[in-house]
Design a protein around this ligand. Structure first.
Ligand code: GLY
Length: 364
């Protein structure tokens, strides 16, 4: 087994990200982040049966804190105000004090919901993120964004609440469904696309190993992705500037996700799959606007395809409907459509006032 690697997030609220096999069993490392007498472990009905008891047992060997496990229903529907108030009720019933710690064990839904409950309980208690999906390991567990959805849109209520630590146990990826693995790989490619041409080339060259769940290849991809995210969020924790680059492909992706319906069936794209399509559309838009070469967009699409991802929008989505969704995107600015556009491998920038006619041309 390979050794763990550590990436440090700097800034006003520094914290470590640990990546490696077996971290969920490292009770001493987990206990080092528990300050008080209460630990609420939040997980979902898919992840809890596999790992919750292991984490609680590992912690108990090194901490006197009482641990309670809260299991939410798997899926985006749990990321609601109702799910949030349920966690607050559990913290209240538990008698959780200001030094309590929430452990968020699962994917992005668990991390966002448990993180938001931790951000609000007694105006903010500790949260340690224990991501078990590749997407959560390389994106949502790092950077402190927490939120729940409203019927009007995703992530509309939330807070920036950095974790005390992140432990990404790579052995959890062995049982991750293939589609979720590929969705996470899309986000790793995003870091290469916006910040690191050499990493993008590395992902392309190592696609077979990554899809084959080679431990070392996955740990390398996670570590390099987290290093990029750590650098960006340390510079711009509240997304006033550079952090927006992390949304490369996301304006198109959010529109696709919204148009197909978040609760859509198994044929619909999941978030990472939609980001893969969105990145290629953003790259084609960039080429149309003269910011990059069309061949760059083709090469990005080829890399994503080698990572097992589809790069064409799902059939049947109406371009005008997608455009209307983009106008409503909370990242849209007052002066027209705002996109993260691409200047070729490793370089991206925020561009406001993108003509709708160009967006429509790319969507058609
Ligand atoms: N997922 C984008 C961000 O954390 O800013």
């Amino acid at each position: 087994m390979s050794a763990s690697r550590r990436i440090d997030v700097g800034g006003a609220h520094p914290y470590p990200i640990h990546v490696g096999p077996g971290l969920l069993d490292d009770g001493a490392a987990l206990a080092a982040h528990v300050r008080g007498r209460h630990v609420l472990l939040v997980s979902d009905g898919n992840v809890a049966p596999r790992y919750a008891a292991r984490v609680v047992a590992a912690l108990a060997a090194h901490s006197q804190a009482a641990a309670m496990v809260s299991v939410i229903a798997p899926g985006e529907a749990s990321k609601s105000l109702q799910g949030f108030s349920e966690l607050l009720r559990e913290l209240a019933d538990f008698g959780a004090t200001r030094d309590a710690c929430v452990l968020a064990l699962g994917g992005g839904v668990v991390g966002d919901l448990a993180g938001f409950a931790a951000a609000c309980w007694m105006r903010g208690i500790d949260v340690v993120q224990l991501p078990t999906t590749l997407l959560a390991m390389v994106d949502s567990s790092v950077g402190g964004k927490t939120a729940v959805d409203l019927p009007q849109g995703k992530n509309l209520v939330g807070a920036f609440h950095p974790p005390r630590a992140v432990f990404a146990d790579t052995t959890t990826l062995r049982t991750l469904p293939d589609r979720e693995l590929r969705a996470g790989l899309a986000e790793t490619a995003k870091y290469g696309a916006i910040a690191d041409a050499a990493f993008l080339a590395w992902l392309d060259a190592n696609a077979t190993a990554l899809l084959g769940r080679d431990d070392d290849a996955l740990a390398e991809a996670i570590g390099r992705s987290c290093a990029h995210k750590a650098a960006i969020v340390a510079r711009d924790p509240f997304e006033h500037g550079d952090r927006a680059l992390l949304n490369f492909g996301h304006t198109f992706a959010h529109a696709i996700e919204a148009e197909q319906g978040y609760a859509a069936g198994s044929g619909a794209l999941n978030h990472g799959e939609a980001v893969a399509v969105g990145m290629v559309l953003a790259a084609r838009l960039s080429a149309l606007l003269g910011l990059s070469a069309p061949a760059d967009a083709d090469a990005l699409a080829a890399t994503l395809q080698r990572l097992g991802l589809s790069t064409a929008p799902p059939p049947g989505l109406d371009p005008a409907g997608l455009l209307a969704r983009m106008r409503l995107d909370k990242k849209a600015a007052a002066n027209g459509l705002r996109f993260i556009l691409w200047e070729g491998p490793g370089r991206a920038r925020v561009v406001a006032g993108v003509p709708e006619s160009s967006v429509l041309q790319v969507l058609q």
